[in-house]
Design a protein around this ligand. Sequence first.
Ligand code: M6R
Length: 364
Amino acid sequence: GKGNYRHFMEKELHEHPAVLGDTLRQYLDPKTLEVRLPRLPFDPKLVPRLTISACGSAFLAGQVGRYWIEELARLPVDADVASEFRYRNPPLAEGGAAILVSQSGETADTMAALKLLKAGGQRVLSVVNVPESSMARESDGALLTVAGPEIGVASTKAFTAQLAVLACLAIGFGRARRELSTLDEGRLTQALLEVPSHAAEILERDAQIRELAAEVAKARDVLFLGRGSLYPIALEGALKLKEISYIHAEGYAAGEMKHGPIALIDTSVPVIALCPSGPLFEKTASNLQEAAARGGRIMAFTDADGVGPLSRFAERVIELPRVGAFSTPILYAIPVQLLAYHVAVLKGTDVDQPRNLAKSVTVE
Ligand code: M6R
């Protein structure tokens, strides 16, 4: 049941720290700080190219996975939504491999991509939450997210658990391909091991996020901006908001603003910015400043180092724990999910069963 929570989604949001801990413990050794992957259906050293495919939020997790795998393992990755992948007749590399991501393991388009990949000679690994699902059975190998049953139609804990597994895979591939030293591996696994307690800290920002939600709930359109591995999280924030609050939202790569979407900016459009300190901060902050100069209302998520500079032009700044760039996508996913949740509650929508949507989409 829902326990003391009003909705399954709220309960599931509060399970983030536990689920992330359980999932990470499955694939990391906290003593040696090493990634411990089960036998994979392919050798990451020998694979020339990887395909990642999935739908909805699972695809956005896959897109973050692509940033991580390319960066840490120097392995080229193609990422495409399953419903496009299957019809664009993509050339598949000989000896190539694929990763499919799915909470349910039953999504029809992702299953169709699986069949196409196998027919094209690819070795397929799936990241699924349901061990006895069709996808787990029909893939050459499966890595499980340990999220437990997810009842809310909007994915929350399953999404961050998918990110946790993909992060471990990226480190594992990096080691196998000799792109990461033992030291790098230790540093990255250490960062991941700190994610559950940071997730708990973020959940404590609930009141601040609820205040932000009160502003967002008045809007007709909302923009989410992020850069690098936070770009897919901006897309996830927009998807979640559309899905459960029915407010029109779009996610953009922060640098794309000036190529069109900035024309939308006026004082009625909240711009939710994912902007932690670090190497991409200056560039993103300057994109935000351009939007602010045109009357845009910037609502930023950042860390202690970003608060000062962003407060000069942002209407609201919410401080999140300061972590290395590697773990930001996992952690910044939580406040955008929480935001969508609170907006939906304020709007009085059916949070767990949004209109027109099903938990598992088994038609193509
Ligand atoms: O079960 P799956 O992970 O394959 O489902 C994929 C999408 O249908 C799913 O992530 C959908 O986008 C969610 N409702 C997002 O919150």
